[in-house]
Design a protein around this ligand. Structure first.
Ligand SMILES: CC(C)(COP(=O)(O)OP(=O)(O)OC[C@H]1O[C@@H](n2cnc3c(N)ncnc32)[C@H](O)[C@@H]1OP(=O)(O)O)[C@@H](O)C(=O)NCCC(=O)NCCS
Length: 144
């Protein structure tokens, strides 16, 4: 059964392992997750299929805004609606405005964000290592 749970201080290793599998060129360390899990402004979710962790999200909040730092599913668990469900869980945070940056060539993520109502507000030229642009997207008061 699929479920989404809030990560706890004990989940740094699980989060780091999943992040490294999903983003092999940009793996965040166990130490990074352990320190951020202690911060009140940081919010981590873990998606599980049965007992198996299959996806994560990381969000930081300040005042009335949330920045989605990452969201991802293992490659074996994509296109099952899980990414969309993670996004909807993020929308339960008590803020009104959601922001994110996404690589301009990441069609899957851009389509997912657009279908949730995000729209482009700007671009950072050649923001990523490969020279790819970052698209800045925003959504206010999403419907759950
Ligand atoms: C982006 C990502 C999180 C989407 O998760 P997912 O669980 O596969 O997405 P869902 O199955 O919930 O799909 C939701 C919607 O996103 C869009 N979408 C998802 N994958 C897509 C793809 N490969 N091509 C086009 N649209 C896609 C569709 O609009 C889809 O709705 P639909 O199934 O009704 O057509 C997933 O592809 C992923 O983990 N990618 C690698 C990590 C990453 O790039 N994260 C984003 C960083 S900004």
């Amino acid at each position: 059964m699929f479920r989404i749970r809030t990560a706890t201080a004990k989940d740094a290793q699980i989060l780091a392992r999943l992040h490294a599998e999903i983003f092999p060129e940009d793996a965040w360390t166990v130490e990074w997750f352990a320190s951020r899990l202690r911060q009140e402004r940081m919010h981590f979710l873990i998606a599980e299929d049965g007992d198996t962790p299959v996806g994560i999200s990381a969000v930081s909040t300040v005042a009335d805004e949330a920045e989605i730092l990452t969201i991802g599913l293992l490659s074996t668990d994509r296109r099952k609606g899980y990414g969309d469900q993670l996004l909807r869980s993020i929308f339960k945070l008590p803020v009104n405005h959601f922001f994110l940056e996404v690589a301009a060539d990441n069609q899957a993520a851009i389509e997912m964000y657009k279908s949730a109502g995000f729209y482009e507000t700007g671009r950072r030229r050649a923001y990523y290592k490969a020279g790819t642009d970052a698209i800045i997207m925003m959504l206010s008061q999403p419907s759950p």
